[in-house]
Ligand binder design. Structure first.
Ligand code: NAD
Length: 517
């Protein structure tokens, strides 16, 4: 943060006839090159280069942003809150290994760089990703949210047992004044073992009244803190899947009627999502359950509201989406991926219940599908590696999750390669920076518009923010479009969309200038 604060803004300007900076906007004209492939009857293909001209318009003014977390009093919510306060107050703290200062490690926007171009000598020039376009500084987030547990944030942080005591001690006073708003509790959706913490509830069973209550909470928070925008993120417990029932959650109107009738298959997370959609507030789902039933996605599209999900991609799955991408693209054939976890935090406790574990299992299961499908030299049609996911609750390891993974691969001439990994780290310290990135990128997408030649005026991007895929285990994409799980492709998409918005061509690794005479 200290480094970022001293950076002049903007750090670079693009000098091009296709790019214009006004006081309010960055305007760019961008040629999007693609390749259209047509399969012929004889099995050959025709590949045709295509070009579509887009105009992009980015609002330059960075607004005052509030982040409201559902499940604020959980491990992620309390860890993130303490960490942001540590940045705001420029704290340092001691552990047995010395003095520490706050950082944003693990946040792709705050702690990774992008290759902007080359200098006159041909050397690469990198800039922080956060400098590619005007983005909110996470230290400026105004934090709030809901929890079914009434503990204040200092008590929650203590309960979470994630951060060092010397840091907790210094933020405790400020955090003791932060108390989550009462929330919606439909006991059937989360594990029965969560019941003893549910003491901070919005009364009644009327689901429409619950939606309206949440909408009012968002408006009140915005007004009380003088905010331009609010982003809501679900970091509450994993719910069971909602049953998909025709006439209940299949279409926008049926879903609205189901809410009016307080239908039992409408989950708390879907109530929050609906409240946000109706309020025009972006909503991101950080847990694996199917919050976004088809009717809700339709509603988001109808309101042109932004939604994103599902499930933070923090540890094991992030590794998987990098490693399988590498293996398959190296021509090596994973035939079995066996993943085992144990953890001892409240998330682990909730997931020890079968229906909630099932949500996680589904979310973790599809991550290699697109990578496997992309290589028909290794895999026959519909062939998949065996893929198993086990999660066990072991209270004594607390938030320090253990993930053991074995990748069994077929290699050259009938050989076998077994890759075994053992990953240990605090789960909430991986998830918190992802929450930051999700909110920063979502906020940015509310200020980025596009237009093609055929469009009379600028439009926002599609409601379903698939640009967030890098941070999500089971990325949602707009209906009918392909899911990309491969980590490197997801990062490239972010980088190149940001580049397009400032009129720079997509990054490629040709390095022609270094390869020719
Ligand atoms: P946690 O159990 O510590 O926190 C969840 C909080 O949500 C609790 O304080 C609980 O009281 C609250 N809650 C439950 N139902 C609620 C409701 N209806 N409204 C408001 N609050 C509610 O869990 P965590 O470790 O912070 O993880 C949060 C979620 O993120 C989990 O669903 C987990 O599966 C998901 N997730 C976490 C990680 C990670 O930590 N690395 C990765 C991927 C997904």
């Amino acid at each position: 943060a200290a480094a970022a604060a001293s950076v002049p803004s903007p750090l670079f300007k693009v000098n091009s006839p296709n790019v214009q900076y006004t006081d309010e906007h960055i305007l760019s004209k961008y040629s999007y090159f693609n390749t259209l492939v047509t399969k012929q009857a004889d099995g050959t293909m025709i590949a045709e280069p295509t070009e579509t001209v887009y105009e992009f318009k980015t609002e330059r003014k960075v607004p005052r942003v509030g982040m409201m977390m559902v499940g604020w009093g959980g491990n992620n919510g309390s860890t993130l809150t303490a960490s942001i306060l540590a940045h705001k107050n420029k704290l340092t703290w001691r552990t047995k290994s010395g003095v520490h200062k706050p950082n944003y490690f693990g946040s792709v926007t705050q702690s990774s760089t992008v290759r902007l171009g080359v200098d006159a000598e041909g050397a690469d020039v990198h800039v922080p990703m956060s400098q590619m376009l005007p983005m909110v500084n996470p230290t400026d987030f105004v934090l709030g949210g809901w929890d079914i547990s009434s503990k204040n944030l200092a008590e929650s942080m203590d309960r979470a047992k994630v951060l060092a005591y010397d840091l907790q001690r210094q933020v405790a006073d400020e955090m003791s004044k932060m108390t989550p708003l009462p929330s919606i509790y439909y006991p059937d959706f989360i594990a029965a073992n969560q019941e003893d913490r549910a003491d901070n509830l919005i009364p009644g069973n009327d689901k429409r009244a619950h939606v309206n209550h949440i909408r009012k909470d968002i408006r009140d928070f915005k007004a009380a803190n003088n905010l331009d925008k609010v982003i809501v993120i679900w970091t509450a417990n994993t719910e069971r899947f909602a049953e998909l029932i025709d006439g209940v959650n299949d279409t926008a109107d049926n879903f609205l009627a189901a809410v009016e009738n307080s239908h039992e298959e409408v989950a708390p997370s879907s109530i929050f999502a609906l409240a946000c959609i109706e309020e025009g507030t972006p909503f991101i789902n950080g847990s694996p359950q199917n919050t976004f039933v088809p009717g809700l996605i339709q509603l988001a599209e109808r309101h042109k509201a932004f939604i994103g999900g599902d499930d933070f991609k923090s540890g094991q799955t992030k590794m998987k989406s990098a490693l399988v991408d590498f293996l398959v693209n190296a021509g090596i054939k994973p035939v079995a991926i066996t993943s085992y976890n144990h953890l001892g935090n409240n998330d682990g406790k909730n997931l020890s219940s079968h229906r909630q574990f099932r949500s996680k299992e589904i979310s973790k299961s599809t991550v290699v599908d697109d990578m496997v499908a992309a290589n028909d030299l290794l895999y026959a049609k519909d062939e998949h590696p065996d893929h198993t996911v086990v999660i066990k609750y072991v209270p004594s390891v607390g938030d320090s999750k253990r993930a053991l993974d074995e990748y069994e691969c077929d290699i050259f001439m009938g050989g076998r390669q077994s890759i075994s990994m053992y990953n240990i780290c605090e789960d909430s310290l991986l998830a918190s920076p992802l929450i930051i990135d999700l909110v920063i990128m979502t906020e940015l997408m509310t200020r980025l518009q596009y237009k093609t030649i055929d469009m009379p005026k600028f439009s926002t991007f599609h409601s379903v923010l698939s640009i967030l895929s890098y941070m999500l285990k089971a990325p949602m994409v707009s209906p009918g479009t392909p899911v990309v799980n491969a980590l490197s492709r997801q990062r490239t998409a972010i980088e190149n969309i940001f580049r397009a918005a400032v009129g720079l061509s997509a990054n490629n690794e040709m390095g022609l200038e270094h390869k020719v005479w």
